[in-house]
Design a protein around this ligand. Structure first.
Ligand SMILES: [Zn+2]
Length: 111
């Protein structure tokens, strides 16, 4: 088991404690922010997994290592599924916007 402890400056005065654990080819993580405490995903962990150093005040050198450890894990698959769902949502939003414009054009009374 490999464990990485980082500290990330968020909206609170004190930086959040972010912990990544690599175990049996899987990657797990916790964060002390409100979302993390509630068992939800949070931008602090996602940002580190993206290899971004923004806000990281301690453990910067772990970021590329953690980002590398993500590949092929169940977490990686879940994040890719989220990305696909978000892309699908964007396509649906565009389709709704286009359909509303079509309705607006169809409302137009000819002179
Ligand atoms: Zn967090």
């Amino acid at each position: 088991m490999q464990e990485f402890h980082l500290r990330v400056q968020g909206s609170a005065a004190d930086p959040y404690d972010v912990r990544f654990v690599s175990l049996d080819g899987e990657l797990y993580a916790s964060c002390s922010c409100a979302a993390g405490d509630a068992g939800q995903s949070c931008k602090h962990r996602m940002s580190i997994l993206d290899g971004k150093l923004g806000g990281v005040v301690d453990g910067e050198s772990f970021v590329p290592v953690i980002s590398h450890l993500l590949a092929g894990t169940s977490l990686d698959v879940a994040i890719q599924e989220l990305g696909a769902a978000e892309a699908e949502l964007e396509r649906a939003k565009k389709a709704v916007s286009d359909a509303k414009k079509k309705v607006a054009r169809a409302f137009h009374i000819p002179r």
